[in-house]
Design a protein around this ligand. Sequence first.
Ligand SMILES: Cc1cc2nc3c(=O)[nH]c(=O)nc-3n(C[C@H](O)[C@H](O)[C@H](O)COP(=O)(O)OP(=O)(O)OC[C@H]3O[C@@H](n4cnc5c(N)ncnc54)[C@H](O)[C@@H]3O)c2cc1C
Length: 420
Amino acid sequence: MTEHRPQVVIVGAGFGGLAAAKALRKAPVDVTIVDQRNHHLFQPLLYQVATAGLSPADIATPIRAIVKDNANTTVVLDRVNGVDATTRQVTLAGGRSVRFDWLILATGAHHSYFGRDAWAEHAPGLKTLDDATAIRRKVLLALEKAETEGPGDGRQALLTFVVVGGGPTGIEMAGAIAELARRSISKDFRNITPHCSRVILIEAGERLLPTFPRALSEKARQSIEGLGVEVMLGHPVNDVAADGVSVGNRFIPTHTTIWAAGVRASPAAYWLGAECDRAGRIVVGDDLRVPGIDHVFAIGDTASCPGPGGTPLPGVAPVAKQQGRHAALSIIRALEGRTVAPFRYRDYGNLATIGRHRAVIDFGRLTMSGPGAWLLWCVAHIFFLVGFRNRFVVGASWLWNYLTFERGARLITGDAAPSA
Ligand SMILES: Cc1cc2nc3c(=O)[nH]c(=O)nc-3n(C[C@H](O)[C@H](O)[C@H](O)COP(=O)(O)OP(=O)(O)OC[C@H]3O[C@@H](n4cnc5c(N)ncnc54)[C@H](O)[C@@H]3O)c2cc1C
């Protein structure tokens, strides 16, 4: 007679899902990871793909390769489109369903336009490799067109790049575009000089990096302005069109707007009919379980979990990783007949980089900024990348870029020539 091992299904192989799979690899359970993509993506470095500093494969690793040594784990490439918590089935877009005894939902979040979804066409967000290569194409094509356009307003609009959202991603994008357009590639063009491009960073709130201490927000503003980025604070965007952005009573002509302003959780709450917050995140109990459904955990960006003082924990990779591990260990405890403990987040600090040698770090009592913080940022990101090859390639690319200012991944993929 074959033994029935508990079936654990993990939906999503991002930071949270993979941490859960890793913690379960020696447990007496069968694990099925379902993801709509075949790769795990290191999202913190997506902006470098979007600005031609790294290639897509440098920051992504096939999920199967990551878990190949986990004998109890299988991988299914499919999109989940529903969960029946009563019959314990996850339904897949391909028509199949997968049965579970325990379910970990780790489906992350995507960008949100606060109900103005039509803006997505003109202001792409950054979440996937496809998003990053589409933005890279947009930025590089604008520069190519500007090279052949005669002087005037049309050319200036092509050389104006607008980033909406002053959080870490917005700052990283704006700084990297400024370096790309003003420093790295201007020497390859005949008609684009370092000072003819404009990069504008628009933030609705009164300061950049609102989750960082005020002094670091100010340092970040000074550093990004030092790179030539124009910062507009307290300016909510009213409209985004193909030819520009409206802010207050100003219209900024541009062909390249990038959205880094808001996120919305995956539809996991909808699948379960569970309570969610304004960003669509499932409001979980302090043990990360979905209230009323004891065998289902929700973690990472798709969950709203109270942190110290009751404020929900931020949507960052360390939260997702620690929650993934906690959910996995809770399943093991429950199988052993022990009680499931509440989740406690250990905050090791917040990082954001600004251009090629500036960063800000908030360790709580200690804060850092400048080149030392940037070096620490580089080390941390190489350390957390998955796979030796990616660590090596990213480290080497950064060193090369640092010494030469060159951006090796300046490829415009797809049809680049104007249609007849
Ligand atoms: C551009 C950018 C920069 C960032 N920079 C930082 C940073 O510097 N530091 C930091 O700590 N955090 C950063 N973050 C946030 C961090 O990446 C997230 O908090 C983290 O990825 C959340 O992990 P997760 O496991 O919850 O979700 P994700 O890592 O997003 O993984 C979700 C997974 O679920 C899969 N999935 C989604 N829906 C389905 C479905 N229906 N069926 C099957 N599979 C599905 C997806 O394909 C994906 O693999 C950044 C995010 C972005 C977008």
